[in-house]
Design a protein around this ligand. Structure first.
Ligand SMILES: Cc1ncc(COP(=O)(O)O)c(C=O)c1O
Length: 474
């Protein structure tokens, strides 16, 4: 019997070339297309819901179908006018790294199976450590994303706690749902996941935190972690990290910082200032597939004392006894949930080697600079109103002409209409959020290919749609 799943080398090369060609064409054409494409499930089912074929078809045909009929029907998060949620623009070396990693087919669970890639992950983790200002005792691992990193952090916090029974966790009412989910998964009862109010700038209210913890302790709960935001996905707000670190040290509670959105701003001077105090946290979650320009999926968890991570996750298993091979090394599967793991460090390493840190610094700064320009533009606009100070590349604003005195309900309706019109009628994609119940348009401008022209034209469109949506006065 022959091997039906093999391909001849010439064919492999031809298919790889065609795939690369399709990807580069896509990137080149992207700015002329819309930032979003979607289809209803019924239509897609009609097209795609078929039994797997018994006999194969030409591979080139399959690749064309994927490239033209399936993958484009999605949000183009790397479109220069994709401002919704948290966009991302991977570097090409990062994309190629993922291709190479798949081709080398490495399982980076242990040093025995992957010493080169494991060392590379240590290198990248050490870059993160130094950028964050963490001590040499710190370490971590790369994860699928920020959610997985925060989950691993809360497991570590629980295992480090003296009394993890009746555990409670604290975070602000601006925290990402990923943190709530992580707390649930580690077994914290829903009523013990405490959402603390925030101040006028959407930062943790420290008095409310202290009161809630004191009440919970009196009621017999065991606070295992306080989670800080750096920054929130709604408005980019950064919690008072220094004050939270002081408080957690005094109270002997694990401080976790969710820096999935804002963490990589630390490579810039503005980011360092905004994130001052982050180095005092017990753990920090990051997302390189956001503001470090990598293809999905790659996040990271950094822990101030890496031994706490290994104490929480290392489990001996007979079938893996040979993985002690090699001197003085970590097995990354002893630092988190996954045993089989791909080589996530390669994309970060290849991108940084190719472009250098100066380019990364400029790319991250570009996002913050654009958000500041949005504020300037809106301050000079008769139609738009800024709702939060632009922070970490996020600007929240709304249509609210200074010349009118519209009620909140009317304003919400107008802004929902504007959002829907941008969605259906414009190349750009923006999303919305609620800021203490107020409906806000939100632009996240962290794509390194986004120019001021992309942003300005989108703001002009929003202003025009806003003006057209105002109640008629005649
Ligand atoms: C602040 C924050 N935390 C956590 C997450 C979850 O990260 P991921 O989607 O990589 O799991 C996100 C993602 O949008 C985020 O912005």
């Amino acid at each position: 019997m022959g091997d039906d799943l093999r391909m001849a080398p010439e064919q492999m090369l031809e298919l790889a070339r065609r795939t690369a060609e399709l990807l580069v064409q896509r990137i080149e054409n992207l700015p002329e297309e819309g930032a979003w494409e979607g289809e209803f499930r019924r239509e897609l089912e009609d097209q795609l819901l078929k039994d797997p074929p018994e006999d194969g078809q030409p591979a080139s045909q399959v690749i064309e179908q994927a490239a033209h009929e399936i993958l484009p029907i999605a949000m183009r998060l790397d479109h220069p006018r994709c401002f919704g949620f948290i966009p991302s623009q991977p570097t090409w070396p990062g994309v190629l790294a993922d291709f190479m990693v798949a081709g080398f087919n490495i399982n980076q669970c242990s040093w025995l199976t992957s010493s080169g890639p494991s060392q590379l992950e240590l290198v990248v983790i050490d870059w993160f450590r130094r950028w964050l200002g963490y001590p040499e005792s710190a370490g971590g691992l790369l994860t699928s994303g920020g959610s997985a990193a925060s989950l691993d952090a809360l497991v570590t916090a629980r295992e480090a706690a003296n009394h993890p029974e009746r555990a409670s966790v604290y975070m602000s009412n601006q925290s990402h749902s990923a943190l709530v989910r992580a707390a649930r998964i580690v077994g914290v009862r829903p009523e013990c996941i405490r959402m603390i109010p925030t101040d006028g700038d959407f930062r943790m209210d420290m008095d409310a935190l202290a009161e809630t913890v004191a009440e919970d302790r009196a009621a017999g709960l065991s606070p295992i972690a306080v989670c800080a935001n750096a920054g929130t996905s709604s408005s980019g707000a950064v919690d008072p990290l220094e004050a939270m670190a002081d408080y957690c040290e005094a109270q002997d509670i694990w401080l976790h910082v969710d820096a999935a959105h804002g963490g990589f701003a630390i490579v810039t001077e503005e980011g360092k200032r905004l994130l001052r105090g982050i180095e005092r946290a017990d753990s920090i979650s990051l997302d390189a597939h956001k503001w470090f320009f990598q293809p999905y999926e790659v996040g990271g968890l950094m822990v101030k004392d890496v031994r706490t991570l290994e104490r929480a996750f290392a489990v001996k298993h007979d079938i893996l006894q040979d993985t002690i091979w090699g001197a003085d090394h970590p097995n990354f599967s002893d630092r988190g949930l996954q045993l089989s793991r791909s080589v996530r460090a390669l994309k970060i390493w290849m991108s940084v080697q190719t472009f250098g840190m100066a380019a990364f610094r400029r790319a991250v700064s570009n996002g913050m600079a654009l958000a500041h320009r949005i504020e300037e533009y809106i301050k000079g606009s008769p139609v738009l109103e800024m709702l939060t100070p632009p922070t970490l590349g996020i600007a929240c604003f709304r249509v609210n002409p200074a010349s009118t005195d519209l009620g909140e309900d009317v304003l919400e309706e107008i802004n929902r209409t504007v959002l829907a019109r941008v969605f259906w009628e414009d190349r750009a994609f923006i999303s919305s959020t609620l800021l203490n119940g107020t409906f806000a348009l939100r632009m996240c401008v962290i794509n390194h290919t986004t120019t001021w022209n992309d942003v300005r034209e989108t703001l002009e469109t929003i202003s025009r749609f806003g003006t057209e949506s105002l109640p008629r006065t005649d």
